[in-house]
Design a protein around this ligand. Structure first.
Ligand code: GTP
Length: 360
């Protein structure tokens, strides 16, 4: 079995983080998210992975190389222009040899891929789509199906109150190569809006595989923070020690000012009078000064927080420096190498960072 992981999006909703790091390389608990996805594929026995990329592809190719370090074969296909979710799949057609998975590159889920393969074997059809049931489907792609799982309709982002179902597309598909014949080549095509409806219109069958797995789309800052909170609290299973975890945990466990759950990277320096937690992730080589206060926040590598600075529900990209006594308002996102002057105030929901990609 092969897998295509879609990693070519610009990740506009995660800016300014994605000006310096493409979304698949954004860290989850200090490790690029794509590494977590590849681990899941490996665990399901999948060794042959195709990555259609386009936005900052070097960051991805340099980190993963040919995949041999992970015991996998990775093939990159770089798009000159974004081809959309189905166009990107059509563009890698020459590498497809049989039924294949397609994974959105920004979905964190506990879905059992092997169980999905078994479901497909039992049901047949041209493909299986993973669905989850949500309370408010208006922001998602609704997928209408009967009790057998047979899909009859796709309704993208229906207005509130007119949703035909609470079951929504969760961004993992298992497809027969015949689907490739239904994607026009050489242009931008959306699998959700165009290809899946065409498969049905041509008289083929798609099945819904609805589960109550943990699922979150990391594409928005608030979801990115929720995902970390869920991992830290155990709501999303991710083989993590409870309490204070991470490679730097042992060195700081006796500090009474730390409130679990926390994840501490390598070579982190924490002043004994800093107050950290709950739900904080510190990347490698972060430095936290005296009386600084951090709650519900994720700091990437090499972030310095000087004495008395405070932040709550913030995301801070690598290399940033928060000056003494600065206040970082709830929900703020600070980009790579940002410097916040001592005493400065970043308002709630603030976005501080470069106005364009740092490197192409
Ligand atoms: P936003 O700009 O914030 O909407 O993010 P995005 O560009 O990543 O788009 P979206 O979240 O809708 O994409 C879902 C998945 O498809 C992500 O894993 C993207 O990387 C991927 N993707 C979206 N568009 C393309 C494309 O044109 N080419 C490729 N190869 N992947 C894409």
């Amino acid at each position: 079995m092969q897998a295509i992981v879609l990693v070519g999006g610009e990740g506009t909703r995660l800016r300014p983080l994605t000006f310096g790091t493409p979304k698949p390389m954004v860290p989850i608990m200090n490790v690029p998210f794509l590494a977590r996805t590849l681990e899941r594929l490996y665990e399901a026995g999948i060794r042959d992975v195709i990555l259609p990329a386009g936005y900052m592809p070097q960051a991805i190719t340099e980190y993963f190389g040919d995949g041999s370090r992970l015991g996998m074969k990775i093939t990159y296909v770089i798009e000159d222009e974004p081809l959309g979710t189905a166009g990107a799949i059509k563009n890698v057609e020459q590498h497809i040899t049989g039924p294949f998975f397609v994974l959105n590159g920004d979905v964190l889920t506990s879905l059992d891929l092997q169980a999905m393969i078994d479901f497909h074997k039992q049901k047949g059809g041209l493909g299986v789509l993973h669905l989850i049931t949500v309370e408010d489907p208006s922001a998602f792609g609704c997928v209408v199906h009967d009790e057998n799982g047979r899909i009859s309709q796709f309704v993208e982002k229906p207005p509130k109150g007119s949703e035909p179902t609470n079951d929504v597309n969760a961004g993992t598909y298992l497809l027969d190569p015949k689907v490739l014949e239904m994607i026009p080549p050489g242009r931008n095509v959306s699998i959700e809006r165009e290809t899946f409806p065409k498969v049905l219109a041509d008289g083929h069958t798609l099945y819904a595989y609805t589960t109550n797995d943990y699922w979150i789309d990391l594409g928005r800052p608030e979801h990115y923070l929720s995902a970390h909170r869920d991992i830290l609290t155990g709501a999303m299973p991710l083989r993590l020690e409870p309490g204070i975890s991470g490679p730097g945990a042992a060195a700081v466990r006796n500090n009474p000012n730390l409130v679990a759950p926390l994840f501490i990277g390598e070579d982190v320096s924490i002043d004994p009078h800093a107050k950290i937690g709950p739900n904080v992730v510190l990347g490698d080589r972060c430095s936290i000064g005296a009386n600084a206060q951090l709650t519900d926040s994720v700091l990437w590598d090499n972030v310095t927080v000087e004495e008395g600075a405070r932040m709550d529900e913030a995301i801070v990209a690598s290399g940033a420096r928060i000056g003494a006594s600065a206040r970082i308002g709830r929900g703020s996102v600070l980009g790579h190498d940002v410097v916040i002057e001592p005493g400065a105030i970043v308002p709630e929901g603030g976005r501080v960072g470069p106005a364009a990609p740092i490197s192409a």
